[in-house]
Design a protein around this ligand. Structure first.
Ligand SMILES: [Zn+2]
Length: 227
């Protein structure tokens, strides 16, 4: 894993989707898990950086799609880390419900979003604070890509983990309509939930991070889309 910002790391070779690790005195927190088959690679990279597998204390999921939460089950088995996800998507992680699919496309490209049962230790709600992470990591509901989609904000560090409400692949963009419940809702989330935070850094679910000056980039994006 590569240190992107002080104590904040990104993993390499995740195939699809980005996974981040945050270092705190009590151990590591992962933002998203990647695909199930990336779990071994994540643990290897953690160990290569001088940590132990069971230093991973928690896995915080932005949304229950397989490229973001599909590896939670496997990582939990390897490390014992506590899985946290929005209350709205907890049953998807538990394997008790299927992630709702977009209904506005006749052809549905999403693979089955049934998950191997993952023990959910904590269900998250908008405004919750995960205490031990970066001095308090705030849960920000950013619905649109999925209905229970969450982003995670560190007021101390002014870093936002966006998930898939906004991607950074060949510039900022919204996620593909065919895998997204509502792009209009994504736009609202970016405008009303993300822009007011004025983040310095954005760590995306897809695409390279923006490590400084992110607020101006968001404002430019909002203006360009007429939001
Ligand atoms: Zn994604």
């Amino acid at each position: 894993m590569i240190e992107l910002l002080d104590g904040i790391y990104g993993f390499t070779g995740m195939i699809v989707g980005r996974v981040y690790a945050i270092r705190d005195p009590d151990g590591l927190t992962l933002i998203d898990s990647g695909l199930a088959r990336s779990a071994g690679r994540i643990v290897k990279q953690v160990e290569a950086a001088g940590f132990k597998a069971n230093d991973i204390k928690r896995i915080v999921i932005t949304h229950a799609h397989v490229d973001h939460g599909g590896g939670a089950h496997a990582l939990n088995a390897l490390t014992g880390a506590a899985i946290m996800v929005s209350a709205a998507e907890a049953d998807v992680m538990r394997g008790a419900a299927e992630q709702p699919r977009p209904t506005h496309h006749r052809i549905n490209v999403l693979p089955s979003q049934f998950f191997k049962p993952s023990p959910v230790a904590r269900e998250l709600h908008d405004g919750d604070v995960i205490d031990d992470v970066l001095g308090g990591l705030t849960v920000v509901a950013t619905p649109g890509h999925t209905l229970g989609h969450l982003s995670f904000w560190s007021p101390q560090r002014r870093v936002l983990f966006t998930g898939d409400v906004l991607l950074h692949t060949l510039g900022m963009r919204f996620p593909l309509p065919m895998v997204t419940i509502s792009r209009a809702m994504c736009g609202e989330s970016v405008k009303t939930r993300i822009a007011p935070l004025k983040p310095d850094a954005l760590l995306f679910g897809h695409g390279p991070p923006i490590l400084s000056g992110a607020a101006a980039r968001i404002d430019t994006f909002i203006a360009s889309r007429g939001l």
